[in-house]
Design a protein. Structure first.
Lengths: 212, 212
């Protein structure tokens, strides 16, 4: 997502270095030291305002969560929002570009990756920028462990169709699919994003779980 | 599909042996002789009242089409309906059970297989009966040629979700998917089934094209 530029965004991130990891490259291969435990690490690429990653960190205290967002203004808004709720020891956020993920995680360091309502980049000449493109699947593979899964939600039909075909061609295995998550049994444990809460009334939410 | 039993069904099939192939086993490995040409053979498993297979035979005269239906009363109704339109030299229909497909086709004899609005068999203990189950994918593989594709349409969300996961696990390659065929570009060449015409107003039509 994008937001109007906030000139104070970087200051907000720096002031909140208990939640925001300012130099994530330094933790490559040793994130468990930062969390001070051996729990698995789940990441969300494109965390937006952070409702999803915060909700997950709250619901699953035995998992470490790292939210990643490339736009400082968006991450600053997330930080301000998260600060209104109790601090969680198993949650950190990072301002970072997903295309460089291997600079901040070692091979096998991530046990699950979430993609939620990613930018659909509808023009085919921008297909490479979609977070489910083969180019990004290559990148994720470099940091995910062998059994790791990717959980992907979107309300964008064309992006979801593209992603299913891309996963199959990669090839990745489709472990689960819902073509109407909010009317599926799985919805009982679904944690919504802020976008999802607003837009699910206009059409189905699609979800896929895939594995390399 | 099922229909009320028609006691005259078998008589109707016998009387129409220009369209209905009464002893399909005899043509195994030599269907091209029956059609008297070298055109590819496309089959529809579960042809219902036959609008789809007839529409295809009409639209693609350079392809031979064989519609397959297990229920005599349904096939008799299809025959009566087809007889109201001009006869097509590239169309035949068969009363046959898809689980025995290899008794009527040799390996590689079929170039494309269509499944349209198949019975969803919603109970998991009946999953084997779904026409997209691994058991049926095994059967189709024995008659399809190496490059053959399966085109599958349904309005049943749970059947489509099951099928996508089953295709991936088999593994088959997903070449195309639409989660709302009637609002997709591909709809321009879509030939509807009689069921599709009635029920598409209640929700999306899903379509997948897969290959072994």
């Amino acid at each position: 997502m994008r937001l109007r530029n906030n000139p104070n965004a970087m200051d907000i991130l720096k002031e909140n270095n208990n939640l925001v990891v300012l130099e994530p490259e330094k933790h490559r291969g040793k994130w468990k030291e930062l969390f001070n435990n051996d729990n698995p690490i789940f990441i969300e690429v494109g965390m937006g305002k952070g409702d999803f990653v915060y909700g997950n960190a709250q619901a699953y205290p035995d998992v470490n969560f790292i939210g990643i967002e490339r736009y400082p203004s968006v991450l600053a808004a997330a930080v301000n929002k998260i600060n209104k709720s109790p601090a969680l020891p198993n949650l950190r956020v990072i301002k970072f570009d997903a295309s460089l993920l291997e600079e901040i995680f070692a091979y096998g360091e991530v046990a699950k990756l979430f993609l939620n309502f990613s930018d659909p980049w509808p023009k085919s000449r921008h297909a490479k920028r979609r977070l489910t493109s083969p180019q990004f699947l290559d990148i994720y593979k470099k940091v995910l462990d062998n059994d790791a899964i990717i959980e992907f939600k979107t309300d964008n039909r064309l992006l979801f169709e593209y992603s299913l075909v891309t996963f199959s061609a990669y090839p990745m295995h489709l472990e689960y699919v819902s073509l109407d998550l909010h009317n599926s049994k799985e919805n009982e444990t679904n944690i919504q994003t802020e976008y999802e809460r607003k837009f699910s009334k206009f059409g189905p939410i699609y979800k896929a779980i895939v594995r390399y």
